[in-house]
Ligand binder design. Structure first.
Ligand SMILES: Cc1cc2nc3c(=O)[nH]c(=O)nc-3n(C[C@H](O)[C@H](O)[C@H](O)COP(=O)(O)O)c2cc1C
Length: 219
């Protein structure tokens, strides 16, 4: 049985769902197996970010400069993610949750089917603790479809609001991990431009891909 989809879906070549001939040989308007090539042969991407104290904005601007992708603040720029074929979503972890969570929840339908690179910026290093916070912030399907790159940010006690400063002093006092406790109390700066390399590689690979829409789904 063949099932028609109401909404065209961008297919991620990564998932190996495209069939021969090779996408670079496809022509706009042509049909290949169950896919139709959309007019523009390369995928259009953008960096969308959330930030509280600016370090994620800095990473987003670095990624934009290295990839040539436009960069938007999800809180102030009001750009529709539907306009883009793939997205780099950059977000800090604040109080064990991704700051971009509410925006993603509001735009879940629009993001469905698009290749996503999720860039987290945190005090904690990559590992099970960070994975658990990501898992608690976003739907499992969304995470499964995204590539996650974990970067480490910056926290400067003198820049914090009095509320955040007080919360971090309490968190430091309660934290059994001596390194994390010291970072919560005294701040840290792990900002590293070179650490964006995996994000740039993923973005460049996606840029080279062919935009297609699925016209029929095989059974
Ligand atoms: C109020 C506050 C809460 C934070 N909570 C966490 C946390 O739960 N886990 C973590 O790994 N880092 C945490 N951090 C560290 C931030 O993820 C890090 O400082 C990040 O670079 C902030 O990004 P921004 O400058 O874009 O806001 C917290 C920082 C602040 C200021």
């Amino acid at each position: 049985m063949h099932v028609s989809r109401e909404k065209p879906t961008l297919i991620d070549v990564r998932q190996g769902r495209l069939e021969r001939p090779a996408p670079q040989d496809w022509k706009p308007g042509a049909h290949h197996s169950r896919f139709t090539v959309v007019g523009d042969l390369t995928m259009k991407g953008a960096v969308f970010y959330a930030t509280k104290y600016g370090s994620t904005a800095e990473y987003a601007e670095w990624i934009g400069a290295e990839t040539g992708l436009p960069v938007f603040d999800v809180r102030s720029d009001g750009v529709d993610p539907e306009t883009y074929d793939f997205l780099i979503l950059a977000t800090p972890v604040i109080y064990y949750k991704l700051l971009i969570t509410d925006w993603v929840q509001r735009n879940l339908t629009k993001l469905d089917g698009k290749p996503i690179v999720m860039v987290t910026v945190s005090g904690a290093p990559p590992g099970p603790k960070l994975d658990a916070w990501v898992g608690d912030s976003l739907p499992a399907d969304f995470i499964a479809n995204a590539e996650h790159v974990a970067l480490r940010g910056r926290q400067v006690p003198a820049e914090l609001s009095w509320f955040d400063r007080a919360m971090l002093i309490i968190a430091a006092w309660k934290n059994p991990d001596p390194v994390a406790s010291d970072e919560e109390l005294n701040g840290f700066d792990y900002m590293d431009k070179d650490s964006i390399a995996p994000v740039v590689a993923l973005a460049n690979a996606l840029k080279g891909r062919t935009a297609v829409k699925e016209t029929e789904a095989a059974t």
